[in-house]
Each structure stands twice: as structure tokens, then as C-alpha cells.
Design a protein around this ligand. Structure first.
Ligand SMILES: CC(C)(COP(=O)(O)OP(=O)(O)OC[C@H]1O[C@@H](n2cnc3c(N)ncnc32)[C@H](O)[C@@H]1OP(=O)(O)O)[C@@H](O)C(=O)NCCC(=O)NCCS
Length: 185
């Protein structure tokens, strides 16, 4: 569990299905389209899978009323694509998502800042990088507030959804990153 002034970051729990459904029945951005939950039953199934995850996936919970208002996760990766199974897993790429009713209150920054501390100081992170689409201004702003460097833009890098004719819609993706030695400063 991670505690901040207004939030608790904790693993998902059985009773979180309604709150999860509230923000995942209509994901706000294409990159989370595959996470869409069509019903509360699907949300319950999803929570049942998530409760086993205790290290790298956290519900963002408001202290004042214990509501789950979003989530943040990142898993250890090797920084180099062709490394073997002995590679050091010291890279992490966070995903963050809030219930839209809680945007614009600083909760994402508060959660992400505490999560970065956790990854750098407890989970061996050396480098944290984030992908965000070129139209996702709020996510870019969050990366910048966290002190991440904009490292580049990958044109038509990835497709999450198709157009009405079934052709992939490719997105331009910006990469941000921060190293532990930069975070320490
Ligand atoms: C990306 C996302 C998590 C950012 O959430 P957010 O609420 O905009 O981010 P922050 O927590 O940094 O809040 C920033 C805003 O809160 C305001 N704020 C209000 N009270 C505040 C407080 N006490 N402390 C800090 N900021 C506060 C800030 O002024 C800022 O407003 P601004 O954007 O008008 O400048 C959110 O937009 C989201 O979930 N989007 C959908 C999912 C998504 O796109 N994920 C990323 C995929 S790459």
C-alpha cells in the first residue's frame, strides 16, 4: 500500500467492481479500448483477476470516502528488446487512468509521483518511460509535471481501433522518460 496526502494506492479488492465499471465501461482513450467492460458482471470477473496482482497494479482510492477513482500500473521490463531471460528488468512503463469525474484535481499527479517513488526506491527501477498519443494533452502535461523528458515522436506507431471500413487507425505516439538519477534531483 502507498499513502499520499489524499489517496491510497492499493491492490484491487473484491468490492471494487462497481467503481471499476464506472470508469472502464467507456474508456476515454483508444489505447485502453481493449479494456472496455460491457457489464458489471464483466467488471466482477476483471476484479477477480486483478486481486491477485499485489505489486505492480494499484487502485487509486480517495481517502475521504474509499472510492476507487482510477488505477495505475507498470511492470518490470528489460530496456533492450533482444535481451535474453537473464536481462535485468529495470525499465517500467506506467499506465494511468482516472474516472473522468475526478480529472483536474491533481489526483493523477499525486498518485503517479508516489508510484514513481515506489518504482525507483522499492522496485529497482532505473528508467521509467511513458507512451502517450499526440492528441492526449492531459497525459503529456502529467509526464512533464513529473519531470519526464520528451524523447521523441513515433509516427503512426500503433493502432488500437479500426475505422468504419475495418482499416486500422494508426496513432502518433510521443515517448517521455525519466532516469532514477534525474528523479533523485
Ligand atoms: C491522463 C489523466 C490521468 C490526467 O489526469 P489529470 O486530472 O488531468 O491530471 P493531474 O492530476 O495532473 O491534474 C492536473 C489538473 O488538476 C488541477 N488541480 C486542481 N487541484 C489540484 C491540486 N490540489 N493539486 C494539483 N493539481 C490540482 C491542476 O491545476 C491541473 O489542471 P490543468 O490541467 O487545467 O492545468 C486523465 O486525463 C485520464 O485519466 N485520462 C484518460 C486516460 C488516459 O489518457 N491515460 C493515459 C494514456 S497515455
Amino acid at each position: 500500500m502507498i499513502e499520499t496526502e489524499r489517496l491510497i494506492l492499493r491492490p484491487f479488492q473484491k468490492g471494487d467492481a462497481e467503481d471499476l465499471y464506472e470508469y472502464l465501461h467507456e474508456p476515454m482513450v483508444h489505447c485502453f479500448a481493449s479494456m472496455r467492460l460491457k457489464s458489471l458482471d464483466e467488471a466482477r470477473e476483471e476484479v477477480a483477476k486483478r486481486v491477485k496482482e499485489t505489486e505492480y497494479l494499484f487502485a487509486i482510492v480517495l481517502k475521504e470516502n474509499s472510492k476507487v477513482i482510477g488505477e495505475i500500473d507498470a511492470y518490470p521490463e528489460s530496456g533492450e528488446p533482444h535481451k535474453d531471460e537473464n536481462a535485468v528488468l529495470d525499465n517500467f512503463s506506467p499506465c494511468w487512468m482516472l474516472n473522468k469525474n475526478y480529472f483536474g484535481k491533481g489526483y493523477a499527479y499525486e498518485a503517479a509521483h508516489a508510484f514513481f517513488d515506489y518504482l525507483f526506491y522499492e522496485k529497482g527501477a532505473r528508467r521509467i518511460y511513458a507512451y502517450t498519443e499526440d492528441y492526449n494533452a492531459s497525459s503529456q502535461k502529467l509526464c512533464e509535471k513529473l519531470g519526464m523528458r520528451r524523447e521523441g515522436m513515433f509516427m503512426e506507431f500503433v493502432s488500437f481501433v479500426n475505422d468504419s471500413d475495418g482499416n486500422p487507425i494508426y496513432e502518433n505516439t510521443i515517448q517521455y522518460a525519466i532516469l532514477k538519477k534525474e528523479w533523485n534531483k
